[in-house]
Write a protein that binds this ligand. Sequence first.
Ligand SMILES: Nc1nc2c(ncn2[C@@H]2O[C@H](COP(=O)(O)OP(=O)(O)O)[C@@H](O)[C@H]2O)c(=O)[nH]1
Ligand SMILES: [Mg+2]
Ligand SMILES: [Zn+2]
Length: 279
Amino acid sequence: MEGLIVKNISDLFYIVSDNSTYICKAKGVFRKKNIIPMVGDKVIFDEKKLIITNILNRKNKLIRPPICNIDQAIVVMSVVNPLFSSNLIDKFINIIEFNNIKPIICLTKLDLITNESDINKYIDYYKNIGYEVIINTEINKIKSIISNKITVITGQSGVGKSSLLNKLDSSLQLKTNDISYALNRGKHTTRHVTLIPLFNGYVADTPGFSSLSFNEMKKEDIRDNMIEFNLYKDKCKYRDCMHIKEEDCEIKRLVDKGIILKSRYENYIKFVNEIKSTY
Ligand SMILES: Nc1nc2c(ncn2[C@@H]2O[C@H](COP(=O)(O)OP(=O)(O)O)[C@@H](O)[C@H]2O)c(=O)[nH]1
Ligand SMILES: [Mg+2]
Ligand SMILES: [Zn+2]
């Protein structure tokens, strides 16, 4: 039978197929080849022996959280409490782009601010370069985005990820404001990710990240994941321009003109320096 792994606890894999759940182990040969099935995998399994016999090709794969075959990632960011960070948004987006997953930005806690003009500047910019930007109160819109897809909900602790999922489906009853969990994470906790069925698709509510890293990425990757740079780079003098120290650089000109958002460019420079320092 064919099914989808929705949960993994040590060597047990919970597979959903035709509305039933089967708890299976992986075939021994996987271990020898060092292939480990993961949440999100589409697999072939023997429903009598409860053994996974084959893993279908993955279209993408995240290590943190460990999950694959993701259609889209909703990056949740509060405008305050915790304070809005364009740096974190750009970092999430960069990593998500690198993994060939569609990023969607969801802003929360707009009810806690009186002046929205600063935030609107970001909303307009990200929309302009082609990203979908939503507010956590736009429930019907979010429902249609999530329908029939596998979606990862990501973002730092406290931004309102679990609250949003509870609002989409009150029967989920996910714990919110779980500070103790946030403080303990990374110690002994293996990061259990679960795919929760929702609107004919699945969502994964991931724990907040203590750190996000550009693992395995080169500085050229970071550059190429800045999607709006790719629109203009042909006008740079050098074909492989990094848009940093080079002369006659179109990207730097557009930052000066205010066409490329200054914070995006500054975050880009920070990211490149971050990976340089890890070599
Ligand atoms: N004022 C306000 N509070 C919110 C909003 N969304 C979430 N919260 C609160 O923020 C806190 C953290 O929410 P939670 O869903 O646990 O965040 P998570 O760590 O990202 O899952 C909780 O106390 C929520 O009630 C919002 O849109 N406005
Ligand atoms: Mg949560
Ligand atoms: Zn350039």
